[in-house]
Design a protein around this ligand. Structure first.
Ligand SMILES: [Zn+2]
Length: 232
């Protein structure tokens, strides 16, 4: 007996929602929910994260105003990636299937905004110059909060001197391997070559923001900079 005939006989054709490909329907439903949630979390990040706020105003002053609807896109992504910066369209991709918490969204938005900031201020050759890519990945890992550990337990384990450098190096390396077909050895060599100068380049922050509070302070400092200059 073929499936259609069997469905007819069992009356399943009366209930298409439950008969026809229930998996696909629930998949679409989940996608819709993720998409909606992603957009809400993005909105919240842009409105409240001091990292995002500082980066957005810095880009604005550099002539690269970022618009939420034009420059961000919530999408389904393959694998475990959380986000990406598409240099061709100057768009930030947020992986709606892999970002489920606001704190994670805040970090991804800040990380990708640092790439966008680098893209705006310098003519980054993302595709041919691996040093440029490595430098931006080092900066993004260092300045976005990717390597901040706020809980006491983590601070105990990770507060050791040099941990931040090791975390930043590791993350930059992993990011490079995820987006370019190069060997771990080659990527490691490039990251090490540019590490010191890129790790110490904190723009547009005045120093490494170790906590949300640092970022808030930096953001306020950034906003008031014109006033200070105005007085000299
Ligand atoms: Zn990155």
């Amino acid at each position: 007996m073929d499936q259609t005939k069997q469905d007819d006989e069992h009356g399943y054709n009366l209930f298409p929602e439950r008969n026809a490909k229930p998996k696909e329907n629930s998949f679409k439903q989940t996608m819709f929910t993720f998409h909606h949630k992603c957009k809400n979390m993005l909105h919240f990040a842009l409105e409240t994260s001091p990292y995002a706020k500082l980066l957005l105003s810095a880009m604005n002053s550099s002539g690269c105003t970022v618009y939420k609807d034009r420059h961000f896109s919530c999408e389904e992504c393959d694998g475990a990636v959380s986000g990406g910066f598409d240099a061709n369209s100057s768009q930030i991709v947020l992986c709606q299937n892999n970002i489920h918490q606001q704190a994670h969204m805040n970090r991804v938005v800040s990380h990708e905004l640092i790439h966008a900031f680098d893209h705006c201020r310098a003519h980054v050759d993302w595709f041919n110059n691996y040093k440029h890519l490595a430098c931006s990945e080092i900066r993004a890992a260092n300045l976005s909060g990717d390597c901040n550990f706020s809980s006491e337990l983590n601070r105990f384990h990770f507060g050791l001197k040099g941990h931040r450098q090791a975390c930043v190096r590791d993350r930059a390396l992993r990011s490079m391997l995820a987006v370019r077909k190069i060997s771990r050895e080659e990527a490691g060599k490039i990251v090490d070559e540019v590490f010191d100068s890129c790790f110490n380049d904190h723009a547009p922050f005045d120093r490494i923001p170790h906590t949300n509070k640092d970022a808030k302070f930096a953001s306020r400092h950034y906003e008031s900079r014109d006033r200070y200059y105005g007085n000299v």
